[in-house]
Design a protein around this ligand. Structure first.
Ligand code: NDP
Ligand code: 2IT
Length: 448
């Protein structure tokens, strides 16, 4: 391995020993950009890699809120402003009990290269809290969002840092956070958050963007392979925003999503999640106080497999849309055994590094998260552009731009891999293409 890459990985491991998810992505990205580092010895003199693995700023704060009985609770809030070389920090907010600084650093690090790949001017950031929205009333969610934004508002702005949604944060939460920002700052800075409701500056297609983008990217891969989505079965994990958008587009393109999942198991629907009623029910489930994937099985008379993951179902294409590291070696083996040729990452880092390598070795085409799910943040950047113009584009305009962006991401990744003699390796290609632009910007801007 390149000695500089090796040294920075080792130093990062020593410095961040308590952050396994962050170390996982650093190792994955740095090893795959090795040929670029070898080609550019000047990066070492400028400590480029040491800088790129260190967030420009991390903010950690207390969030105090009261439940419906009047009892006070304290959660931890965070914002990681990882890299602003190519634009304002941009990335979602996650509310989930597992959230800690290491998880947000992994997500923020991935976001740097994903955002660079979108071709739009956005830096990388991520935030969140260990607050658990499951089982909370609407009023409790509102009070939590207000308390969270009361502190966060002093660190963000339309040209400094622009949060959006992620796990546990959708349109409702963005609305409450935007309301609190406006109340405190007394300014209609609607470009400060994305994923807003349509009536106060949101963009058409933003709710669908991540899932639609996954399929637009997949279409490019299918075209490369001389294949077609029509008639294919898809195994999805998750039942939230990303899974919903993906299932909807799969149905539109003549495919069939046959599984969805949550923390407690998965549902198998052999007829496919293809009707409007079923697709809309996913939205209802996600919004309900006791959201749980079993609700789908109960409503539509399908089987629920408690405590199991959907990878045991045979499908042509696998698209994880839930959380990190749900695909280990066991699940990767199931995907290979099913004879599937395609695996696209809707979620962020859904597989271990070992599992991704194994899938590629076995000839499965892997579409990596930072390319495949970039449609969400790309339409967020289009929302920022519309807000800055005090204007709104039609759904057709936004959708056409999203399609073009996903094609560029695929083509630029494939071209970067080819340039370094890596064949059609979309994983390394995405890392190289995403990294190169950020590296050029950092080198041009001097030491920072
Ligand atoms: P949602 O909150 O809408 O849905 C999350 C889904 O993941 C639910 O089905 C949830 O099930 C499941 N899930 C969450 N945590 C776990 C866990 N620990 N184990 C098993 N299942 C879990 O989130 P999104 O759809 O927005 O996000 C899904 C993934 O996509 C995440 O990795 C996110 O980072 C990524 N992503 C999201 C984008 C967006 O625009 N929203 C853009 C790009 C990537 P349950 O409720 O049962 O826990
Ligand atoms: O992981 C992601 O790209 C997101 N959660 C979306 C971020 C955004 O700013 O729209």
């Amino acid at each position: 391995m390149n000695a500089y890459v090796e040294r920075v990985i080792a130093e990062t491991k020593t410095k961040n020993a308590q952050e396994p998810e962050f170390l996982q992505t650093v190792e994955e990205v740095l090893t795959s950009i090795e040929p670029v580092i070898t080609k550019h010895p000047e990066y070492e003199e400028a400590a480029l890699l040491e800088r790129i693995v260190e967030p420009e700023r991390t903010i950690e704060f207390r969030v105090t809120w009261t439940d419906d009985a009047g009892k006070a609770h304290v959660n931890r809030g965070y914002r990681v402003q990882f890299n602003g070389a190519i634009g304002p920090y941009k990335g979602g907010i996650r509310f989930h009990p597992s959230v800690n600084l290491g998880i947000l650093k992994f997500l923020g690090f991935e976001q740097i290269f994903k955002n660079s790949l979108t071709t739009l001017p956005i830096g990388g950031g991520k935030g969140g809290s260990d607050f658990d929205p499951h089982g909370k009333s609407n009023a409790e969610i509102m009070r939590f969002c207000q308390a969270f934004m009361t502190e966060l508002q002093r660190h963000i702005g339309p040209s400094t840092d622009v949060p959006a949604g992620d796990i546990g944060v959708g349109g409702r939460e963005i609305g409450y956070m935007f309301g609190q920002y406006r109340r405190i700052r007394d300014a209609y800075d609607n470009g400060v958050l994305t994923g807003k409701g349509l009536v106060y500056g949101g963009s058409l297609i933003r709710p669908e963007a991540t899932g639609f983008g996954v399929l637009y990217y997949a279409q490019q891969v299918f075209a490369h392979e001389g294949d077609d989505i029509k008639g294919k079965t898809f195994a999805l994990s998750g039942y939230g925003n990303v899974a919903w958008g993906a299932a909807k587009k799969i149905a539109e393109l003549g495919g069939k999503a046959v599984t969805i999942s949550g923390h407690n198991g998965y549902v198998y629907d052999p007829d496919g999640i293809v009707t409007e009623e079923k697709l809309n029910y996913l939205l209802e489930m996600r919004a309900s106080r006791n959201a749980n994937v079993k609700m789908y099985a109960d409503k539509f008379g399908c089987e629920f497999f408690e405590g199991k993951k959907p990878y045991e179902v045979k499908a042509d294409v696998y698209i994880p849309c839930a959380t990190q590291n749900e695909v280990g070696m066991k699940e990767a083996q199931m995907i290979v055994d099913a004879g599937a040729k395609y695996y696209f990452e809707g979620a962020n880092m859904p597989a271990t590094n070992e599992a991704v390598k194994f899938l590629q070795e076995k000839g499965v085409i892997v579409g990596p998260a930072k390319a495949v799910n970039a449609g969400g943040v790309a339409v967020s950047a289009l929302e920022m552009a519309q807000n800055a113009q005090h204007y709104a584009w039609t759904a057709e305009e936004v959708d056409a731009k999203l399609k073009n962006i996903m094609k560029s991401i695929h083509d630029n990744s494939a071209a970067a891999a080819a340039e370094y003699g890596l064949g059609y390796d979309l994983v390394k290609g995405a890392n190289i293409a995403g990294f190169q632009k950020v590296a050029d910007a950092m080198m041009a801007q001097g030491l920072f």
